[in-house]
Design a protein. Structure first.
Length: 165
């Protein structure tokens, strides 16, 4: 899976409360959640993000509460992938479960600025900063996790596997 888009860069410890504020958790509608994605940390995010764009962030992205709505909001906002120096464990798993591609790549995070054009090859585990002409090695997912993300999430992958049998 290859994604190409513009970087939206954030710092470390971006928690789920700023990814999707608790006041919007009375809905499970992905489109409604998307409309409030990142608004408490970046009120203009929804107006700037385009389908295929990439969030780049420092250490511990997705820390805080275990709300699955955080990766749902990001994915529904059109973000193709999140590249971070590290992820909170529960966010990492929730992202995989809903089919949001994520990559750990601290070097790319350090050298990427907001607006840089990125190309992410999930299968190869590479992040290319097209703007700066640099390519970085990222932690690759094992095959079974790549299958979950490619299927659009864990439940979709389970349905595929059941249909195969």
């Amino acid at each position: 899976m290859i994604f190409e888009g513009r970087a939206h860069k954030y710092g470390r410890d971006v928690d789920t409360d700023v990814i999707i504020p608790a006041r919007y958790l009375n809905t499970s509608d992905p489109d409604e959640l998307a409309g409030h994605c990142m608004e408490d940390i970046d009120s203009g995010f929804i107006g700037r993000v385009k389908p295929g764009d990439i969030i780049v962030a420092g250490e511990n992205f997705g820390c805080g509460s275990s709300r699955e709505q955080a990766p749902v909001a990001i994915k529904a906002a059109g973000v193709a992938c999140v590249v971070a120096a590290s992820f909170a464990r529960i966010f990492y798993r929730n992202a995989i479960n809903i089919g949001l591609p994520i990559l750990v790549c601290p070097e790319a995070v350090r050298e990427t600025g907001t607006g840089d054009e990125l190309r992410v090859d999930l299968d190869a585990g590479e992040v290319e900063n097209v703007t700066k002409g640099r390519t970085y090695a990222a932690d690759r997912f094992p095959g079974f996790m790549q299958e979950i993300v490619a299927a659009g999430g864990l439940m979709n992958r389970v349905r595929q596997r059941m249909a195969e049998k």
